[in-house]
Structures are given as C-alpha cells and as structure tokens.
Design a protein around this ligand. Structure first.
Ligand code: DOR
Ligand code: ZN
Ligand code: ZN
Length: 450
C-alpha cells in the first residue's frame, strides 16, 4: 500500500487514551494508525512536532445562512470559520431565505453549497406544510428535522399538538428531530404586554424569554415523544429545570438527547447587561445558578453535545434601538474550541470530554458514519491542537462575516493550528490553504461520495 500522506511526531486521542503515534492517510480515510516503522510509503509526510491530534470536531448547530441571508454569512465564510475553529463537519439549520422545508429548497441548498464549502456539511430541514413531503426530504438526504417552537418558521403549525404528533410519527425511526424549546404562546403574550407598556430593553427581553417558556416547551415535546417514540434532540438547553425534565425523561427510557451552547456555559445575565444587545440570543443568558446546573449536566453525562449555535448577524442588526428589533444570536464557530481548551488547561474539562461532546456523541446521535473518532477506516478529518497557545479573542479577525463576540477581549489558552478535511490540509496556522469545495455534502443514510 502506498499512502497519500503520513502524519508523524504527534499525540492522538485514540480509544480513550492519548498515544504517541503516526497516521497514514489514503483516499481521504485513515488507512493506518501506528508507530513510524509501521507506516506505509507515502507521497508526502508532515511532522506535527508533538501537537495533539483529535478527530475533526462536529458542530451539530450552525446557521450557515447564504442564499437570501448571504449578507450575514455564506457557505464559504461560515465553513472558513468552522475550519479555523477546528470543526470539520457542521450541521446547517433551516431558518434560511427561503426556509429549507421542501425537497426542492433542500436539494437546491445542497447544490449551491457543494462548490463552496471547506468542511463537510449536513443539512436540517424544517417540517413541510404537507406531511406527505417528509419522505421526499428524507430521501434527499436530510440529516434531521428542526422544529422551532419559539416562532413559526416551517410549514407545520406549531400550535397544533396533533399535527406535531403526526409529523413526529412519520419521522420516528428514520432521522432525529432537533427542537428549539421555547414556547411561542408564553413569549408572545408577555412580549405584547411589555410592548404596550413601552418596554424595549434587555430586562423586557428576559421577562418574555422566561425560564417557564423553556420548561413548558420541553414538557410538551416530551409528551409527544412519549406517544410517538421519535428520536428527539433538544437544542441549547439553558435552564436547570429544562435539564432536569430531560434527565427525568432519559431515566424513563425516552429516546431523547440534549445540547448546550458555549455562551450558556460561560456567560450569565449579568454579562448580558454589561455587554448589551450584542450578547442577545435565544434562549437568553441566564443567572449563575443555571450555569452551575449546566456544567454539572455536562460532567454527569446528562448533556450529550456541545453545539455552538453559530448565529451570524450584521452589527447594524445587533445594535437596533429596541430589543424587539435586535436580531438574536452569537457567532460561535471561532470561539467554542478555545473556550473549552482553556477549561481543559484549568483542569475543569478533559480532552476525552471535548471529543465526546463534539465528536463521538454528535456522530452517534445524528448517524454520521465514519466521523467523530480516530479509527482506521474512518474519514481523515483531523484537528491538530496546540494546548499551550495563548491569545485574546478578537472578533475583528474572524472568518465569519459576523465581526462581533460577547467574548471579545477574553484571554484563552489552546487552539486549533492545523485542520485536515478528508486528509487534506485546509487550515494551517489560521490561514485557509485549500480551495472551496473540499468539504463533502453529508446525506444521512447515503454513503459519502468518494
Ligand atoms: O439566538 C438565536 N439565533 N436563536 C435561534 O433560535 C435562531 C438563531 C438565528 O438564526 O439567528
Ligand atoms: Zn434555537
Ligand atoms: Zn440556532
């Protein structure tokens, strides 16, 4: 066998331990893991000078935008941000213009993305108006369905429990359903009252997006899950009560998983008041008792995934006068790994946990074949990390078009210095060194194209 590339002088996270080894890559896959003497001949060799190599990270919660929202982010800028942040696979959310919610919009989006992406991308679809289109969307390769409960985004009437149950039934045992769990009824009724009173500040936003709005939405979805046994993934859980409802459901054997976003782990409502509307996101930042509960949830394995919820907007959109006009969301692709590696350096998180929450579990939950771990035969998606590299977060250097971050000015320690996608070096020392189109389009249950 002759390999395309041999990576040497590295440590890698393999089967739960960090081992000194070499990796041989052929046809975009890991062909051999072993000592230097066991490596096949290769066209090229790269010495990684002792860097730590992890499986390329998977971010299951990314808004890549493009199409009608390309002014906020496009497939190139979003996947450049991903690869710079150590991610080699992202799952793209469907609240686009047009909304991804039919086989046609779905296929069109995949077609546009194909030539422009630097990392692998899988796509969510919203639920279509007519449920008979669900199978077509699954056949087109949707990785999962997404259900926004905080506002009407897709074609399915979110006020109608029977319609939701019918949709869940149709999807059950096929692909997962990811849910943004905040109750629209609760949010809108409080929002209307506050608007009448002329309230338009951050306190008003926090009052509308209450903890109860999250808890009620989770309860409702758990009841439907109980009836339908659909595989449900709760996005960005932000409250203690939300998490405990999910833990209870897990204990009762329901097929549910959940995710936390880095901003909910590292920032509180106090930070939101200090930073202002740039830090406005949905669900919002909560008080410190919730942060503590979320960290406990991670450490106990109750939370399955860390997803960035990369949600780019323009600065003008973020700085609107009234809180009700501010576009909510925070770009996270370029800050998530450094924030987590800083915790690793401080001894509060392990490398095993980083790989579990952003590699192994995402691959398992979303059925991403041959991704998320370093194994012979798996895709050669790799991230080489320098755990000792210190820097200060500076959003003006982001590849994302969204040049803002609530973490601006924060010192961090640890970053991705080389990212390989399908065996190809795509990011080197912060520079993009490959052409767009080197990422693959992931279609669930359809083998990846060679
Ligand atoms: O903060 C958020 N931003 N939450 C969402 O659910 C949507 C997202 C966006 O698309 O900007
Ligand atoms: Zn959401
Ligand atoms: Zn989101």
């Amino acid at each position: 066998m002759k390999a395309e590339l041999v990576l040497k002088d590295l440590k890698a996270y393999i089967n739960g331990t960090i081992t000194e080894c070499c990796l041989a890559i052929k046809n975009g896959k890991i062909a051999k893991i072993g000592k230097e003497a066991q490596m096949p001949r290769a066209d090229a060799q790269i010495s990684l000078k002792g860097l730590l190599v992890l499986p390329g990270l998977i971010d299951v919660h990314v808004h890549l935008r493009d199409e009608g929202k390309a002014y906020k982010e496009d497939f190139y800028s979003g996947t450049a941000a991903a690869v710079a942040g150590g991610f080699t696979t992202v799952l793209d959310m469907p609240n686009n213009a047009p909304v991804t919610m039919s086989a046609e919009t779905f296929k069109n989006r995949m077609e546009i993305a194909k030539e422009r992406v630097l990392v692998n991308v899988g796509f969510y679809s919203e639920f279509p108006k007519s449920l008979c289109e669900i199978d077509e969307i699954i056949d087109a390769g949707a990785v999962a369905f997404k259900l926004f409960l905080s506002e009407q985004v897709g074609g399915l009437n979110i006020n109608d429990d029977n319609a939701l149950a019918e949709a869940f039934q149709k999807v059950a045992s096929k692909i997962p359903i990811a849910v943004h769990a905040e109750d629209k009824g609760i949010i809108k009724s409080v929002e209307e009252k506050l608007k009448q009173e002329g309230k338009r500040d951050i306190e008003a936003f926090l009052e509308a997006h209450s903890e109860r709005a999250e808890a009620e939405a989770i309860k409702r979805i758990l009841e439907i899950t109980q009836k339908t046994r659909a595989q449900v993934h709760f996005c960005h859980i932000s409250t203690r009560q939300g998490l405990s409802l999910i833990v209870e459901a897990k204990r009762a054997g329901l097929p549910v998983t959940c995710e936390v976003a880095p901003h909910h782990l590292f920032l509180s409502d106090e930070d939101l008041r200090r930073i202002g509307t740039l830090a406005l996101t949905m669900p919002p930042l909560r008080d410190k008792s919730h942060i503590k509960a979320l960290w406990e949830g991670l450490k106990n394995g109750w939370i399955d995934v860390i997803g960035s919820d990369h949600a780019p907007h323009t600065l003008t959109e973020k700085n609107a006068e009234s809180v009700w006009d501010v576009k909510v969301g925070i770009p996270g692709l370029e800050t998530t790994l450094p924030l987590l590696l800083t915790e690793v350096n401080a001894g509060r998180l392990s490398i095993a946990e980083v790989v579990r929450f952003m590699g192994e579990n995402p691959a398992k939950i979303f059925g991403l074949k041959d991704l998320g771990s370093l194994k012979e035969g798996f895709r050669a998606d790799l991230v080489a990390i320098d755990l000792k590299r210190e820097f200060i977060i500076d959003s003006s250097c982001f590849y994302s078009k969204a040049k803002f971050s609530p973490f601006d000015g924060k010192p961090v320690k640890g970053r991705a210095v080389k990212t390989f996608v399908g065996g190809k070096l795509v990011m080197d020392e912060g520079e993009i060194v490959a052409e767009p189109g080197c990422g693959k389009i992931i279609k669930a249950k359809v083998p990846m194209e060679e």
